[in-house]
Write a protein that binds this ligand. Sequence first.
Ligand code: SF4
Length: 282
Amino acid sequence: MKVIEAEATGFCHGVERAVRLAEKAGATARGEQQDIVVYGHLVHNPQQVAALEAQGLRHVAAWQPETPGTLVVRTHGIAPGELADIREAGWQVVDATCPLVTRTHHRAEALRKAGYPLVVIGKADHPEVKALTAGDYGQVPVCQAAEDVDRLYPRLQARLGVVIQSTFPPAPARAIIGLLAMKTMDLRVFNTVCDVTQKRIDAAMDLAGQVEAMVVVGGHHSANTRQIADACRTVVPTLQVETAAELDADWLSGFRTVGLASGLSTPDAGIAEVRDALLTLY
Ligand code: SF4
């Protein structure tokens, strides 16, 4: 089997920065024999989360029951009000929120201050969207699909301000924005979709056009990994795996040329493991 790797794989700059900040904070905390926790999963990749746990960074679902020490904020960010509460409770905060996500919070705040009621385009259960719609912003509606627009806005609105989840697919975002435009006299939209995701999708689809099948490596809860795999699937048969153990020998046996792509929070070691398994097993 011939394996061709996509032009860009591995961490995006936001994840690379978050992992570097977390590892540095972990080393400092270890040196000072202090406890350090990550609030939520730093990134949507269980192997990377396990690697940080092995370095002493405990991932916790809630900070309130813990004794204050050092707390790392995940790549997807948290609501500004909650961040203030955490600092108030005595935690030393290492903010590993991706700068692009922080910029979306600033955009949301600017819209709110300018008198545009906020609506977020994204998946309601995604941590980035939860952070954007919680606390300071009050009850912020979330549009996940075109049908949500009529449900949320049965009547014409005077003003609305829109921000978009960084990893939300552009096609449904465009459809939702078009419908919102027809429901609003004055619509202001900040395009906060991360272009790194789109560039990775484009590169993976280019590669998909040159091979018989694609394997995409990344966390099963990673939105961008799913998007890359779904895009490749429109071109060739595509398998999404988290680790080499999930490679399916029967599925792979008919292909001689396979393309390899990854999500944006997949560590290089995980990609190498899958590439080596493809080359040695098949
Ligand atoms: S995918 Fe984009 S928004 Fe998300 S962490 Fe990476 S650079 Fe930041």
